[in-house]
Design a protein around this ligand. Structure first.
Ligand SMILES: Cc1cc2nc3c(=O)[nH]c(=O)nc-3n(C[C@H](O)[C@H](O)[C@H](O)COP(=O)(O)O)c2cc1C
Length: 193
């Protein structure tokens, strides 16, 4: 039976949705793994039907824009709606990962990733970091480097605030996202076999 990796995300203006799709496409590159995308807006109460997809997943990847230095309110509503799962430790030992997108290069994205990691630890999950060396950190580097923002604990992407999701975040961030999705899928197979 195939493993299931679910990416649950929120996106107010379309940028984080592009990242979620890139992460999901990286997951789908790994054979033996089903890649599923879910909008966190549909998971705004513990009784929401979509929660069963997460309950049955082998891995869950959490993604939200950074708004005011932490995960967006829609995503936080999903997080709080998951507390009944926490009570039963229903997601314990599933693989977890996370990503966030914001307008500024830094933009306090680290705080959002730490929030996701803490959330995953509360659920007893097994966190998988980005696993990519930092790009754009030497005189020969550029904005086109993979992991140009130099994240480690999860995936960070950046979208210029005057651009739409058709061009922002840039290609390098999208490629970094695909690689992270692939890494999570591979980790799911290794953890589960
Ligand atoms: C309410 C609000 C708060 C924001 N706070 C931050 C922030 O703390 N740091 C930052 O760099 N950008 C911030 N931004 C910009 C967004 O992170 C950025 O536009 C992002 O691409 C939005 O992602 P989305 O299109 O998926 O909603 C904020 C935007 C909004 C609407």
């Amino acid at each position: 039976m195939a493993f299931s990796v679910v990416t649950v995300y929120h996106s107010g203006y379309g940028h984080t949705a592009v990242v979620a799709e890139a992460v999901n496409s990286g997951v789908s590159e790994v054979s033996g793994v089903d890649a599923v995308l879910i909008d966190a807006g549909e998971l705004n109460s513990p009784d929401a039907a979509g929660f069963s997809v997460l309950d049955n997943a082998d891995a869950i990847i959490f993604g939200a824009p950074t708004y005011m230095g932490s995960a967006s309110a829609v995503f936080k509503t999903f997080m709080e709606s998951s507390s009944s799962r926490w009570m039963e430790q229903k997601w314990a030992n599933k693989i977890a990962g996370g990503f966030t997108n914001s307008g500024a290069m830094n933009g306090d994205k680290q705080n959002t990733l730490v929030e996701f990691m803490t959330f995953s630890m509360q659920h007893g999950m097994v966190w998988v970091g980005l696993g990519q060396m930092p790009g754009n950190n030497h005189s020969g580097g550029s904005e086109s480097d993979p992991n140009r923002l130099g994240a480690t604990i999860g995936l960070m992407t950046q979208a210029n605030v005057d651009e739409g999701g058709d061009t922002a975040p840039p290609q390098s961030d999208r490629e970094t996202a695909v690689a992270y999705g692939k890494r999570i899928a591979e980790a799911t197979i290794r953890w589960g076999s």
